[in-house]
Design a protein around this ligand. Sequence first.
Ligand code: NAD
Ligand code: USQ
Length: 417
Amino acid sequence: MKIAILGGDGFCGWPAALHLSNQGHEITIVDNLSRRRIDDELGAQSLTPIRPLDERLNAWQELSGRTITHVDLDVAQDYDGLLAFLQDQGPDAVVHFAEQRAAPYSMKNARTKRYTVDNNVNATHNLLAAIVEADRDVHVVHLGTMGVYGYGTAGMKIPEGYLDVEIPHEGQQNIETQILYPTNPGSIYHMTKSLDQLLFAFYAKNDRVRITDLHQGIIWGTNTAETLKDERLINRFDYDGDYGTVLNRFLMQAAVGYPLTVHGTGGQTRAFIHVQDMVRCVEIALNNPPAVGDRVMILNQMTETHRVRDLAELVGRISGATVEMVPNPRQESAENDLHVTNDTFLDLGLQPTTLSEGLLLEVEETARRYAHRADLAKIPATSLWNRRTHAGIPASLTGADHDGAEAGSASSTAAGN
Ligand code: NAD
Ligand code: USQ
């Protein structure tokens, strides 16, 4: 297949590009390198020494004999460039990773909120509009999030995107139908993924675009079979308070001797998937597209659920790290239960890589190898979900009792807006 990977220089996109190239697909990465500029803006680099994209691509060519090309294009801003790309290259499929993906970054201040909405919603809409204008049959595989379902306790197993409902119909038989599972995003970032869902539903219905939306859980791990082949192919490892995700943060914190930062009671239960399974899921999704005219195919891309404080306890036990309960900078339920259906990927052959001590220690070992690159001052999560102290919101939620809180800044962004 000819596959365009939007966001192919990122944490998920890079290993996915290598994996799909290794399978013999013709890969083009479309990426404006905004994530690298956000590293500079935040003064927080990947723990692992990721190489410039052209060096990565040359190394891959040298090692595998396969060529991956790069088009430097802002999918959200350069509609004409995107349209010309689709017309010239004619990809069979587009994997869309090109969004601002950190919930804390999206909640920092008005500027980062606006950037996240503008970037993510425009990127998705530009892609869909360009596919229609180019008049091509392109399968869109989008990386969405489990977070669109919300993180309360649903009281049921969360289905794959659609909810069976029965609507009372006065004087007649009740109507049985399926609706998009009601969204309940917990951050501006997660909200953009909810907005993406509506765009997908519309374009699948109106223009018969074939779309798969992968509702992905939190990725953990850093290496895949391909990124391990050479240090020049190394994947990014985010550990800072904005981009670092919880389990990788805990493993990095254990490696550098920093107490594991559990937010609040650590009672949040979340869905997880290892980075190696993520690339496999993307491959499976590409090989099993919906038919033209089908509704959006929504798959839950996760393999297990864990409560945050249990993860901290596990990492503490295997590494000897201490755990520190810190005030929660986010607004989220103190405790939630989470049960998720992931039958489609299992039926299509995914064999989950579940959390094991060996794999956890492997990630910690990677973090230990690059511990000298860590800036411990970047570890605390300082982006607060709410500062509106006059709106009747308790101090425990506004961060008024939160140490090390940052001021809401409004400086210009390095991400290009
Ligand atoms: P990332 O920030 O590492 O990568 C995103 C890439 O997209 C970056 O290389 C960035 O430069 C590029 N990009 C962003 N906006 C762009 C634009 N307008 N034009 C061109 N390129 C652009 O993020 P990631 O962790 O690789 O996540 C990829 C996708 O997967 C995101 O959409 C995210 O929501 C989703 N996801 C990630 C996780 C996770 O744990 N990392 C979990 C669930 C879902
Ligand atoms: N948390 C801690 N301590 C930390 C960091 C996080 O207790 O040091 C807690 C958070 O408060 C939250 C949970 O861990 O309750 C998860 O936080 P996270 O930063 O690991 O994950 P999240 O913000 O949800 O976002 C990440 C990715 C995002 C993706 C999402 C999938 O950044 O792109 O969409 O995971 S999901 O969580 O399933 O919605």
